[in-house]
Design a protein around this ligand. Sequence first.
Ligand code: SF4
Length: 425
Amino acid sequence: MPRPSSPCYHSIMKHDPSLTAIEPGVSSRRDTPRIGASPNMGVYIHIPFCRSKCGYCDFNSFSGISQLIPEYVDALTREIELRSEGARQRVSTIYLGGGTPSLLTPHQITGILDACRAHFAVDPDAETSIEANPGSITPEWLRAIRLAGVDRISMGFQSIDDEELRLLGRTHTARQAVDAYTMARDASFWNVNIDLIYGLPGQSLARWQKMLEEAISLSPDHFSLYPLTLEETTPLCHAVEAGAVPAPDPDVAADMYTWAEERLGAAGYAHYELSNWAWPGKACRHNLTYWRNLPYLGMGAGAHSSIGDYRLANMSLPADYISSLRAGRLPREPNEEISRAGRLSETAILGLRLQEGIDLNELQDRFGLDAAKVYRPEIEEVTRLGLVEQDGRRLRLTARGRLLGNEVFLRFLPKGGSARPEGDS
Ligand code: SF4
């Protein structure tokens, strides 16, 4: 069996949607792009605090520094004000991710959302999401953040099996995960996502099937299913290298993915992105902003932004981030300017993750480049390999392509880093 495509959970999917591993056509600049020139956009707020570090995690998250949370929230509200540039830019989605945003009090979350509404023109029906760890929420907390305007909650179950949760270094139990889901429904959350990880060391297909059936029986509105990625610096990776834990089996992971696709489809979920399924109308609008390569503004330690031709990154360490804002300075790293060819490449790669695929006419309108000409040999090759299908001017991954997505994405990198690649029209 082929290996399932490995969506970069950190860099593309959730916490940091920039294409750091691909780096298409970038150059560094210090001047700050003006967000006032962007159409309506998504806002991402990063909360980098966790109770303890999970064994597989290399996100920009930190344990043992929760005493910094009040200063960090003050710094965030300052960054929101500075980044807005007084432009009252229209915002259609807000996403509080982490780390563990559910470590913040309702008062702190309300303060952050109020700052967004004070400095941006937040749509009245803006999707407002928060990530929550099942072990850190209560009915009171859920009711209070619902009143503050949070209308979508993403629950980091990762597993509903205590043995697997221990292997991952999670601090919650399977019982707590299911109870947290019930609490969210009782607190009037009508848009709930469950995150699960598959392809764990020693995990059998039957065990995965049993767990996914249990999750489906809860009827969440949305599922995010990610294959375990062994990140080099993590304790779980070290344990596998030392032989203390069996290496994940990519063939079994591919079977798990294929089975989940069929089962979730039969249960009525639309498979709208490689790793994401939703009831009709419940696709995550914020994450669609990333996959459609539309503008987003990331705030908080280590957050990334995509504004026009620029990709911006904030300082990663919470203490540095706080110090910078306390001194009245934006906590930014040098900007990256992306060439037209780079933006075409980014948009094609991200868009191919979506079930809807990419519309070559739309790409030509956006970038003045005809991807059908720029990538003609590559498109012919991946079509011949059965990885991509073409319907008029629309390209999308086939079922086989969804298992081997990276084989397709690599072919859509910019050619020679040129701003005007071969076939530029
Ligand atoms: S809760 Fe999430 S961000 Fe925090 S350590 Fe675990 S996986 Fe990483």
